[in-house]
Design a protein around this ligand. Structure first.
Ligand SMILES: CC(C)(COP(=O)([O-])OP(=O)([O-])OC[C@H]1O[C@@H](n2cnc3c(N)ncnc32)[C@H](O)[C@@H]1OP(=O)([O-])[O-])[C@@H](O)C(=O)NCCC(=O)NCCSC(=O)C[C@@](C)(O)CC(=O)[O-]
Ligand SMILES: NC(=O)C1=CN([C@@H]2O[C@H](COP(=O)(O)OP(=O)(O)OC[C@H]3O[C@@H](n4cnc5c(N)ncnc54)[C@H](OP(=O)(O)O)[C@@H]3O)[C@@H](O)[C@H]2O)C=CC1
Length: 405
């Protein structure tokens, strides 16, 4: 090994160099090599494979991952083509899916086949807004009331303050909730093509400062969990967070029989007893079969924040009787996605977004992230159709035996 590298490793061992300071002393690739070699020596694991990557790490180690030592690889497959008839996504798409679960892509692929043959998923976005909710301490219940009244009377000036921090963010709404002396201020923004959590957090900090100064409220935490970010929460399912999007498809009796080897009545019964009654009995927030599977696979492929699978999978699946077949829908109340920012600029993730024609900022602000959300909702519909069909036909265990072990 290079003498310069050995000296840095020796500095790490002696504690004269901090592990996270390597990028200030070396090029990004060299910093990773030294850190990985040090961790390899400390743990006795070669890490040779983790050190084999194709991405330009200068971006990753400065914006996405501290103390970076390499990359893990997740198999990337495709499903489709999937025909989507949305307001932003109009066409047929190959879906990039990163997963290690055998049978998942086959299942989504089968759903895509059905949807495309049936004419395409009909998809619409009903609401769009990213939230952050600081929590303040008031001195008393009347003081809490004064704080809320002040915020409601000064929404206009708070909007100006918030929007001075961003070119693309627009404040849409402020909702206040009080519990005794705790005041939760849920601030909602449209965030263009960004998922928006950094953008909204920065803007909310300015609002919080103004509220504290003008009302005497004490800011306890910039995130008070009424946002609610990265935790399962009914508020996101009810009010929405990120994009609220629904996709639906009519499937004829013939198609259900041919593609899913079952029938309309069985599909409806599985959905009612499993997705609706079963989920209710279990106290679930999501009433679906496996929305998380599809969202996680697309999120990993396309550079989304994987923790947002928690809210994204908060979906409800319905199967309505319809003349000559069924109308199946999924509704995702809190799908948080972006095509700029976060992990979307990493090389392989950007390639995957480009496969869908939505990498980077859209022609109009927000059009690419909306297109992406419509495609994801349609992909979730494909996954729901196929798993409901497999359960109806009694094929679930067989499929995983054949494809997953
Ligand atoms: C496995 C299938 C698709 C077989 O489905 P099938 O109908 O028996 O097979 P087929 O040979 O007739 O193929 C039908 C179509 O499926 C697709 N397909 C078929 N095989 C492949 C393959 N190798 N690679 C890619 N695509 C494949 C393909 O589109 C094909 O059409 P074609 O292109 O041939 O005209 C079906 O049985 C199925 O979907 N099973 C369900 C599996 C599933 O959804 N797993 C999801 C993960 S389960 C889980 O994680 C969550 C869970 C289950 O715990 C949640 C819960 O509690 O419910
Ligand atoms: N801070 C937090 O509490 C949390 C952070 N995260 C992380 O936040 C990151 C995502 O935050 P996010 O704010 O989306 O991304 P970034 O922080 O990467 O910021 C994206 C910026 O891109 C600019 N931009 C350029 N073109 C566009 C466009 N067309 N539409 C919208 N913005 C555009 C905006 O600048 P401008 O604002 O000037 O318009 C925007 O603020 C992820 O890495 C995620 O993991 C996740 C959860 C919580």
């Amino acid at each position: 090994m290079d003498e310069n590298f050995r000296q840095h490793i020796s500095g790490l061992k002696k504690g004269t160099i901090k592990l996270h300071a390597l990028e200030s002393l070396l090029t990004p690739d060299d910093a990773l090599t030294v850190r990985r070699s040090f961790i390899s020596e400390e743990t006795g694991v070669s890490l040779e494979k983790a050190g084999s990557y194709s991405m330009d790490v200068s971006r990753a180690c400065s914006k996405n991952c501290e103390n970076m030592i390499g990359a893990v690889q997740i198999p990337l497959g495709v499903a489709g083509k999937l025909k989507v008839k949305g307001e932003y996504a109009e066409g047929e798409y190959y879906l990039p899916l990163a997963t290690t679960e055998g049978a998942l892509i086959a299942s989504v692929n089968r759903g895509c086949k059905a949807i495309t043959r049936a004419g395409g998923a009909e998809v619409r976005i009903f609401r769009d807004g990213m939230t952050r909710a600081p929590v303040f301490a008031a001195k008393s219940v009347p003081h809490a009331n004064e704080i809320v009244c002040w915020i409601e009377e000064n929404t206009g000036s708070l909007r100006e303050i918030a929007e001075s921090t961003t070119n693309h963010g627009k404040m849409k709404d402020i909702l206040c909730f009080v519990v005794g002396t705790s005041v939760y201020v849920r601030i909602e923004f449209s965030t263009g093509d960004a998922m928006g959590m950094n953008m909204v957090t920065i803007a909310s900090e300015r609002i919080a400062g103004e509220v504290a100064e003008k009302t005497g409220a004490v800011l306890v935490a910039l995130s008070g969990n009424m946002c609610t970010d990265k935790k399962p929460a009914a508020i996101n399912a009810i009010l929405g967070r990120g994009k609220t999007v629904s996709a639906g498809i009519f499937l004829s009796d013939d198609m259900i029989k041919e593609i899913f080897k079952t029938d309309a009545a069985t599909l409806m019964e599985v959905n009612t007893r499993k997705n609706l009654v079963g989920s209710a009995k279990a106290g679930a927030i999501g009433f679906n079969a496996h929305a998380a599977n599809v969202i996680a696979a697309i999120f990993l492929a396309c550079g989304q924040d994987p923790a947002h699978v928690v809210e994204g999978a908060n979906a409800m699946t319905t199967v309505d009787p319809s003349e000559g077949g069924v109308y199946v829908s999924v509704t995702l109340p809190s799908l948080q996605v972006g095509t700029v920012g976060g992990g979307t600029g990493l090389d392989t993730q950007r390639e995957c977004l480009s496969m869908l024609g939505c990498a980077g900022g859209g022609e109009t602000s927000g059009s690419n992230s909306s297109k992406f959300a419509e495609i994801i909702a349609s992909a979730v519909l494909a996954g729901e159709l196929s798993l409901l069909g497999a359960l109806g036909a009694g094929h679930l265990a067989r499929a995983h035996k054949q494809l997953g072990r």
